[in-house]
Design a protein around this ligand. Structure first.
Ligand code: ADP
Ligand code: UDP
Length: 238
């Protein structure tokens, strides 16, 4: 597979065209941002952790019946994926109160929910990714009713699979963000990444944060947290 020109440089990844119309190469950077790009930094080795972890999780999810964009890991930082048209929704599933949920509704972090929740943000940097509901998504023609149903079904399935998977590794899956896309035939697949950038992971014994909140909140030990998640998921030292 030949890498062609860069299509896009995002906050955490670069995306390249390839000699195949239907395939892209994503390259994971160490750059980190938070608060809609207001806070900027670097997390050494993050690109490697996120690439490898995301690929392992996507392969697990494929086996469990969730279609994904994953094709092949090319190197530590680069992966071949199916090119999709991204549905401009950030799909957030939560098991425990944290982050913007705790802030918005005035509750403390760490309250477990009886049932997982789902919410959508309109993926639009200029607007700061505003929270919307599925009626708004339909009104804005971001997705069809059928697509929204499929996305919800896949998102809860991802939660079931990953919650159990991480618990085995001594990690509580608190919440996470997913992105979905459309293939040429119109079918919906899971895209983007699943990593400590996009999930909240708390150690099951100590509730220590093992995710990007260490960077967002200046808690220190950022690289160490990513390395710890890498070790638990791959069994290898980062
Ligand atoms: P951002 O755009 O938020 O800064 P990234 O730095 O992660 O985020 O950039 C990766 C971009 O590639 C994102 O906009 C994401 O929606 C998009 N993307 C992820 N997977 C695919 C895919 N399979 N096909 C096309 N675009 C994708
Ligand atoms: N998230 C993300 N990208 C975003 C916003 C949120 O990956 O642009 C993830 C975040 O890492 C967390 C979950 O989605 O795992 C819920 O985030 P929340 O809404 O609590 O927002 P935050 O506290 O990050 O502002």
């Amino acid at each position: 597979m030949e890498k062609r020109q860069q299509l896009y440089e995002g906050k955490a990844k670069k995306v390249f065209l390839t000699d195949s119309e239907d395939l892209l190469i994503v390259s994971y950077k160490d750059d980190a941002t938070a608060f809609n790009g207001l806070k900027k930094g670097q997390i050494a080795g993050k690109g490697i952790v996120n690439n490898r972890m995301s690929n392992m999780l996507m392969q697990l999810l494929e086996k469990e019946g969730v279609p994904t964009h994953f094709v092949k890991e090319l190197s530590e930082r680069e992966t071949l994926v199916k090119k999709v048209k991204i549905v401009p929704l950030e799909v957030i599933v939560r098991n425990v109160s944290a982050g913007s949920f705790a802030k918005r509704y005035g509750v403390e972090e760490g309250i477990p929910f009886d049932k997982p929740t789902i919410e959508f943000s309109y993926k639009c940097d200029e607007l700061g990714d505003p929270l919307i509901n599925s009626y708004h998504a339909l009104a804005l023609k971001l997705a069809t009713e059928k697509e929204i149903e499929t996305i919800k079904k896949y998102a809860f399935k991802v939660n079931d699979v990953l919650k159990a998977y991480f618990l085995e590794l001594g990690v509580r899956l608190i919440d996470f963000k997913l992105e979905f896309g459309r293939l040429n035939d119109g079918s919906i697949v899971l895209a983007d990444e699943i990593s400590p950038d996009t999930c909240r992971f708390w150690d099951a014994k100590t509730n220590e944060k093992l995710d990007k909140d260490r960077f967002r909140r200046d808690l220190g030990g950022v690289e160490e947290a990513y390395a710890e998640m890498f070790k638990r998921v791959t069994g290898e030292k980062a």
